[in-house]
Design a protein around this ligand. Structure first.
Ligand code: FAE
Length: 531
């Protein structure tokens, strides 16, 4: 193994970052049973990518294990990803029909049959909520809308009081923004671009009702988008690409943090492997068991490797499920009771309004949102609502919003010994505080504009998209289930690095918070812990 890593390092020096990442994820770099690695990272989303970069930069050979695919090979249409207008097997994780967030149109199901495949977006169903998550090398960065928003300082202080605010805002948020490649939209271009007509309409209507709006930074390259609008490059955000991946323009983690980690020559990525168990090893460190799967999800091999340190970065749901199962099965019996607690949906609720015929939102809508309505200061119902695109490729007169609210309800994960699975006890009705807060804003806008809600998009006669979330957070809260830097108590060398550390809410879109917190934690871990 050591020899193979040395060879890998020698082979990759000098190659471009994308090629390095491809090689890090190539079959030859995959873990084999019996391997012993200094550091193993479960999951390649934000927490995992930050961890991989900072470990490899510190000279530590790091193995990332990711259940999804590497997403570096074009399909028969010449594209790696499909768009939202023509979803095919690449869209969803192991489903035989799509499960679109906006699942209806005119009250009729808008979903269609697809081949069962390890697609890029998972709609994971629990009793009272569907949780959308990215699957692949890059995690949620592959599917998300790229909005890169730093949370309000006073709200961050409320949700994570044990974290030093000055260092977060002076050091780690700026570091995260740099690492992620965050950029700002050109406001003058925004005013004229056809693809943001929908956002200008949303802004003007909000302003007319007294609600302030704000531009949202993004990791999508706005300079590239300008060229898309000018028709000088292949279109991605302007070709209805979002939620099932972007073929161009987006600085997803495979292009940023993971590419930089690969450039050190110390990274291996083992894709299409699902970690199923982590147990202390009698030889030292931890035994990590994983199932290698094919593109239909069938297990083709089971492998066990040994790692001195294991970083859980499988996302809020993935990490919580694994740890809750390990505790229940007696494999990590001393994990604290707080593991599995404190899960929230970031107060997500979606809603759409029907505009008048003269108030067109445009047939061309950028898949990347660029503006939000900021009513967070309203103590009776704080709301931060992104003005979301509906990139149908035709005029629909629809204004769509994803509202982030301060829903206080929290759910817990628990192991079901009869199925061997882990459930989440969130109930759909627990989203009522989110609906109430969003209603204050959108009822007011409707009244002022003399417009109505669309009730045909989230079900038959259903106004609120209240039964799904894009923003799972919590389950392994910092300074409760872990110490103040993500270390799991009682198990030296086990760490949590992802969105499960954040107690159910950030008040804004969460990936910058997850990235910055991971930057903070890994710096401390590398300084204090011995590797
Ligand atoms: P995540 O990125 O989910 O990475 C976890 C990784 O672990 C995934 O790649 C999994 O496949 C993998 N994994 C899970 N279990 C296992 C296992 N057992 N073995 C191996 N691998 C495993 O976690 N946030 C924003 O800030 N701005 C946005 O514009 C935005 N838009 C979004 C749009 C959509 C459609 C979705 C679904 C999410 C959006 N989000 C957005 C949320 C954001 O993507 C999410 O908060 C982060 O991706 C979470 O980062 P983590 O590192 O926690």
């Amino acid at each position: 193994m050591a020899r193979r890593r040395t060879l890998l390092r020698a082979a990759v020096l000098g190659a471009p970052a994308a090629a390095l990442l491809a090689r890090s994820a190539a079959a030859g770099a995959a873990l084999a049973s019996g391997d012993h690695v200094p550091a193993l990272v479960i999951g390649s989303g934000y927490g995992g990518a930050v961890t991989a970069l900072r470990l490899t930069q510190s000279g530590i050979a790091t193995a990332v294990v990711e259940m999804g695919m590497a997403w570096n090979t074009a399909g028969s249409d010449g594209k790696v990803f499909c768009n939202v207008l023509n979803p095919d097997q690449r869209s969803y994780w192991l489903r035989t029909s799509t499960d679109q967030p906006i699942g209806y149109f005119l009250g009729i199901s808008a979903n269609k049959s697809i081949g069962r495949y390890t697609g890029v977006l998972d709609s994971e169903k629990f009793a009272g909520i569907r949780v959308y998550q990215g699957r692949g090398v890059g995690g949620g960065s592959l599917v998300n809308g790229g909005m890169a928003v730093v949370p309000r300082r006073d709200y961050f202080a409320q949700i994570l009081p044990s974290v030093d605010l000055a260092s977060m805002y002076d050091t780690y948020f700026p570091r995260a923004n740099t690492g992620l490649g965050v950029n700002a939209i050109d406001p003058a271009w925004f005013e004229t671009a056809e693809c943001y007509r929908f956002a200008r309409v949303g802004r003007d209507q909000a302003k007319a009702s007294g609600y302030p709006t704000t531009f949202l930074n993004n990791v999508y390259d706005f300079a590239y988008m300008k060229q898309e609008q000018a028709n000088t490059v292949p279109r991605s955000a302007l070709a209805s690409e979002v939620i099932y991946g972007n073929n161009h323009g987006k600085r997803s983690l495979d292009k940023t943090y993971l590419a930089a980690a690969a450039a050190t020559g110390r990274l291996s990525i083992t894709a299409q492997h699902v970690v199923t168990a982590v147990v202390p090893s009698s030889a030292g460190g931890y035994s990590v068991t994983m199932n290698q799967i094919d593109t239909a999800g069938a297990v083709v091999a089971t492998k066990t490797v040994r790692a001195d340190k294991v970083f859980f970065a499988a996302g809020s749901v993935g990490t919580s499920k694994l740890l809750v199962a390990m505790r229940a099965l007696g494999k990590l019996p001393n994990l604290p009771d707080a593991v599995g607690q404190g899960w929230g949906n970031n107060g997500n609720v979606m809603v759409a309004r029907a505009n008048h015929i003269w108030n067109t939102t445009g047939a061309l809508e950028s898949g990347m949102p660029a503006m939000g309505i900021d009513n967070w200061a309203d103590s009776a119902g704080p709301v931060f609502a992104e003005i979301a695109p509906f990139p149908a490729g035709t005029e629909l007169w629809i204004s769509l919003y994803l509202a982030i609210t301060k829903n206080p309800n929290r759910a817990a994960f628990s192991f079901d010994s009869s199925t061997g699975g882990v459930g989440l006890n969130w109930q759909t009705a627990w989203n009522q505080p989110a609906i109430d807060a969003a209603k204050r804003v959108f009822d007011t806008i409707n009244k002022k504009q003399v417009t109505v809600y669309r009730s045909d998009l989230f079900g038959v006669n259903k106004v609120w998209g209240d039964d799904f979330t894009y923003h799972p957070l919590g389950g392994c809260i910092l300074n409760q289930a872990t110490d103040n830097y993500g270390r799991l108590p009682g198990y030296p060398g086990l760490y949590v690095m992802d969105g499960s550390l954040i107690p159910g809410s950030t008040g804004v879109n969460p990936f910058v918070t997850i990235t910055a917190l991971a930057e903070r934690n890994i710096e401390q871990i590398l300084t204090i812990d011995s590797f």
